[in-house]
Design a protein around this ligand. Structure first.
Ligand SMILES: *[C@@H]1O[C@H](CO)[C@@H](O)[C@H](O)[C@H]1NC(C)=O
Length: 277
């Protein structure tokens, strides 16, 4: 078949026009969007691509990563964490670019003995430098049901959300000389591994291997991204609205258990510059 030059470019144009609307939202299918990266047969996709699980036993943990890279967007994933005695286990869920000056946006869930709270650990790396930890307890048991963990990332800020409640905002402070992740595309990664040398009460509580395998579940992956002029999602908002700001303060007041900005032992001079404004 031979298309006339004009007819063909018209087709390309309307296809790309249509595509830019599709860019608004990618409802996830784990087979399409992710690769299982390590752990032999421990990571699994099932339910026709709707569910993914990672598991950890004495021999190995497991992990997966996204096929695509993203530069800005809103990324949602629902997780149900290792139940029961999860002490010593860490479920890491994060965005990262590659190389020695990589950028990274981290959620890490530190397990605990039955009935004791998980710690949600967060960090932001920019051009290879992290050291910006904030840690939280959650206001629910993250092992009973799926909950949504989201990252909003645009040139103005990075916002971490739990069930749509912002728990942390990392603002672009380039004007103060603090590098901000904005030019290196990142992939989504997750892994479940043993970290009983530090995770639970600083390494005091060891993983109980008689409870293995430990399993975490994932579903409802969703991304809004794309720099098309047709996309104009809420994730592109430069600021949190008044309600979100109140929720953020509520979490930080009641559930934050560590903030690098307030760690005077570690930063006797008053913390990195982004903490001082
Ligand atoms: C585990 O429970 C203990 C006791 O409640 C608590 O101090 C600790 O912060 C919890 N989380 C972790 C990951 O250690």
């Amino acid at each position: 078949m031979v298309y006339s030059q004009k007819g063909f470019s018209g087709l390309v144009l309307s296809v790309s026009f249509f595509m830019s609307f599709c860019m608004l939202t990618f409802a996830g299918n784990f087979y399409q969007d992710f690769d299982l990266t390590w752990g032999g047969n421990r990571p699994k996709i099932f339910g026709g691509g709707k569910l993914l699980s990672l598991s950890l036993d004495k021999i190995s943990g497991s992990g997966f990563k996204s096929k695509r890279e993203y530069l800005f967007g809103r990324i949602d994933m629902q997780l149900k964490l290792v139940a029961g005695n999860s002490a010593g286990t860490v479920t890491a869920y994060y965005l990262s670019s590659q190389g020695p000056t990589h950028d990274e946006i981290d959620f890490e869930f530190l397990g605990n003995v039955t009935g004791q709270p998980y710690i949600l650990h967060t960090n932001v790396f920019s051009q290879g430098k992290g050291d910006r930890e904030q840690q939280f307890y959650l206001w629910f048991d993250p092992t009973k049901n799926f909950h949504t963990y989201s990252i909003i990332w645009n040139p103005q800020h990075i916002v971490f959300l739990v069930d749509n409640t912002p728990i942390r905002e990392f603002r672009n402070a380039e004007s103060l000389g603090v590098p901000f992740p904005k030019s290196q595309p990142m992939r989504i990664y997750s892994s479940l591994w043993n970290a009983d040398d530090w995770a639970t009460r600083g390494g005091l509580v060891k993983t109980d291997w008689s409870k293995a395998p430990f399993t975490a579940y994932y579903r409802n992956f969703n991304v809004q991204t794309g720099n098309s002029k047709f996309t104009n999602g809420a994730w592109q908002n430069q600021q949190l609205d008044a309600y979100s700001r109140r929720r953020l303060r509520w979490v930080q007041k009641n559930f934050m258990i560590y903030n690098y900005c307030q760690d005077h032992k570690r930063f006797p001079q008053g913390g990195p510059v982004e903490c001082r404004r």
